[in-house]
Design a binder for this molecule. Sequence first.
Ligand code: DOR
Ligand code: ZN
Length: 352
Amino acid sequence: MPMNPTQIQLIQPDDWHLHIRDGAVMKDVLADTVRQFARAIIMPNLKPPVTTVDLANTYRARILAQLKLLDVDSFTPLMTLYLTNNTSVDEVRKAKLAGIAAFKLYPAGATTNSDAGVSDLKHCHAALEAMQAVGMPLLVHGEVTNSQVDIFDREAVFIDQVLEPLRKTFPELKIVFEHITTLQAAHYVRDATTAGKNTIAATITPQHLLMNRNAIFNGGIRPHHYCLPVLKREEHRLALLEVATSGNPRFFLGTDSAPHAKGAKEAACGCAGCYSAFNAMGLYAEAFESVGKLDRLEGFASFFGPDFYTLPRNSKKITLVKQAQNIPHELPLGSETIVPLRAGETIAWSLG
Ligand code: DOR
Ligand code: ZN
């Protein structure tokens, strides 16, 4: 690859962590994702959450119906189930047979629609054992929920209190540490020893590669930069950028694009979530280019995810061009609007 390329071609990427919600808004957010990605891991934190294979199948049918309205037949939603204190061994086995891609662990109270999440992993022992046995990945929202723990420390504390014990008990369970935000998480995943097959990986969002916590308070409170886990200090952003661009297959793309209507973000108690789907690949290209590592983008975006999930890599190619794209102030979201990441600004790369 030349030193400063003005366009790059890569195998079509997938988004290994995505929220598309349900009902009227789903079509609008799906339209942004399908322009760029061939597949996406669909998060199950609906209200009520997607806790069973039957619920996931009906959710998938609603997604496919919206894709049909968009005239898209080239996109595959990869369904997940929401782990609860009551998830049964039977449901895990059924999920495996039904082609469910993973279970998602939300510690109860950690984030948007997590009330039904797990209060203590000891309730999930049998389900986790079954997941380990059938090769079902566990995706974790890695934050402790104890209000005594400072919000900026919740991910690092989760590693010691939850993740490390979990991996000791279930050494063959495949785990994805989702949307990591700290140096501690980046180094934990990088340095984890696994016996035989790799069992640990992490997804990284564009906002955590591009911004630090100053972005939440830049000249005033910036609700559109608030997500969970919350942005951290610059040293953490640099550690994430380092591992994401290192070529280490344990790190791959997951936008965590999480749509909330403008009014729900710009409120006295604004919701957590950044809407990055509009030009997510442009944002990632900016991040990789900032450290001269555009040549590593394809592995991160298109290869390491499917390899971890043991799915085939995509074959189609996409082109990204170094052409600044103006990002609208607002986009339609059902009967409301949404403010995308970088609203009113530009993103240096766009889809060719
Ligand atoms: O910022 C976030 N938004 N973090 C999450 O974990 C959930 C997500 C959402 O669903 O809105
Ligand atoms: Zn998420």
